[in-house]
Write a protein that binds this ligand. Sequence first.
Ligand SMILES: [Zn+2]
Length: 249
Amino acid sequence: MKIARTVLSRALDLAMPSHCPVTQEEISAQHALSASAWGAAHFIEAPFCPRCGVPFSADYGGEVECPSCIAEPPDFSCARAVLVYDDASHRMIVGFKHSDRTELALMFAEWMIRAGNTIITRSSMLTPVPLHRWRLLKRRYNQSAILASAVAQKSGAKLSIGEFVRKRATPPQKDLTIDGRKRNVAGAFGFCSAAARESFLGKHVVLIDDVLTTGATLSAAARALKRAGAARVDALVLARVVKGGLGAI
Ligand SMILES: [Zn+2]
């Protein structure tokens, strides 16, 4: 019965084209995005800051960090992003939020693994930037947790969900100044239990998020993980704000 249902659903998938979550164009079931949504995306390529991953307009030899990282080094070791956060990637992320198409998460995961190929190993522990449970209830799910699961599934890295938590609800970052953002997330992160805290001891942790804006949230999360004894904390996101691009989500 179960097999018959699977065969039937496959047949329906092939017979009925689905819609691109970004452009709403008809696409075949095996594709996650339409060609125009894909073509509009701006993928980040080298050269970029070796620390925070912000793209550079010239190649400085791979060792030189960007002015923000030199002025105020972030608490994570390295951050990498797949896409520039702009109109095209904003629509992709919103489309992902409103669709339950797992093939989209798996495609994003493949992109993230490629962008994070110098960060992720099989012994890395991936953990999503957590949402406070009230916001989780409102949003129904944590998009970053879905991305983290997909990246773990495709890369073979370890996954930790629900152990690293947001202890207090923080107002959304988007209307705050840079200093306001830092204050807003300071001390916001913790662990669901003493055992959960211990599970990060000595680990290489990779924080997974959908968008990096100023890096204040990732820095606060990295600080909490390092206080718990994590050996190294990196970050991997789907899109990052680049100066002159679209602001916060
Ligand atoms: Zn930098």
